[in-house]
Design a protein around this ligand. Structure first.
Ligand SMILES: C[S@@+](CC[C@H](N)C(=O)[O-])C[C@H]1O[C@@H](n2cnc3c(N)ncnc32)[C@H](O)[C@@H]1O
Length: 300
């Protein structure tokens, strides 16, 4: 089975508008689908790819090009790791958010609703928080919040109550424990979609995905050369809203600031007003592409 089928590959490459001598960053290497294509377009340029996952690192080790550098790091430390590699300005940044098919399809990682596995869900296996620790230690109020916000569950409060009651008898250890507990509150006939929402919410919390995205976006303006391209693909409405706000307002939250003359202070301008979505053809071939939203911006 392939590691991960890259989504909107041609659209992302076009969005980056690659200068063969430029410096590019792919902050979500995964199986390297996008990185490999970027490398093919370089001639004298450089690609620095990030991923916090050990398995992605092993994939990256297969690339022998001298134009390529891999950083096993969280992209929220973008600026720091670029500096460590002697880079202060870049010509393009690509982010393909979330988890790879390889991560989801590995039962021992606990990301999938399809197999039994430990309640882990960490992309970075050294990180302290697992899905089990969230379920067993978070307050009912915090569980309610995260299931409502990240999972968009209509009955988030009920779920939070059920989990805190259940864990008194027996702590959550395996994904099957969680699914068994949720059986009674999942809408009949739509259990799988419901479990997917719950798992997604936990994954986002375990990996602090919203905070990482916020920190990352705010560094993009600082490291990007003029006319450089920011290309971000998201799979969750909250992520897409953050990306959209950052591009349009220069901030993930709040309103755009203006200078003394009333000019907007923001590092980027949107290339496409509406997000680009995958073609019907691609969605037929790759279900993952269905929820992808691609935004492209140019540095002012
Ligand atoms: C959707 S996959 C990328 C797939 C890749 N574009 C390809 O074509 O193979 C997302 C990858 O980003 C990594 N990732 C997600 N959030 C990250 C973060 N904050 N820092 C570093 N890596 C992250 C995940 O570990 C995963 O391997």
């Amino acid at each position: 089975m392939s590691y991960h089928k890259p989504v909107m590959l041609a659209e992302c490459l076009e969005g980056l508008n690659i200068n063969p001598k430029g410096i590019y960053v792919d902050v979500t290497f995964g199986g390297g689908g996008h990185s490999t294509k970027i490398l093919e377009k370089l001639d004298g340029g450089r690609l620095i790819s990030f991923d916090q996952d050990d398995d992605a690192k092993q994939q990256a080790e297969k690339i022998t090009s001298s134009s390529f550098t891999f950083c096993q790091a969280n992209f929220r430390y973008l600026k720091r790791f670029l500096r460590l590699n002697g880079v202060t300005k870049v010509n393009g940044i690509l982010a393909d958010l979330g988890v790879s098919s390889h991560q989801i399809d590995s039962p021992e990682r606990g990301f999938s609703t399809r197999f039994d596995g430990p309640l882990d869900m960490r992309m970075d296996k050294q990180a302290p928080t697992t899905a089990a620790s969230v379920l067993n230690e978070y307050s009912e109020e915090n569980l309610h919040k995260l299931f409502g916000m990240y999972g968009e569950l209509k009955n988030a409060k009920t779920v939070a109550r059920l989990i805190t009651q259940q864990r008194v008898n027996q702590p959550f250890v395996r994904t099957e424990d969680l699914k068994a507990t949720l059986q009674t509150v999942a809408p009949r006939g739509k259990e799988n979609k419901y479990f997917a929402q719950v798992f997604q919410a936990l994954r986002i919390e375990v990996n602090a995905e919203m905070k990482a995205l916020e920190d990352f976006l705010h560094q993009c303006g600082e490291v990007m050369e003029q006319d450089g391209r920011l290309v971000v693909m998201s799979y969750h409405s909250l992520e897409d809203r953050m990306v959209k706000n950052y591009i349009n307002k220069g901030k993930v939250f709040g309103e755009v600031e203006k200078d003394f003359y009333g000019n907007q202070i923001k590092p980027f301008e949107a290339v496409n007003r509406k997000p680009i979505e995958a073609s019907e053809e691609e969605i037929q071939e790759n279900k993952r592409a269905r929820s992808a939203k691609l935004r492209i911006a140019v540095k002012l």
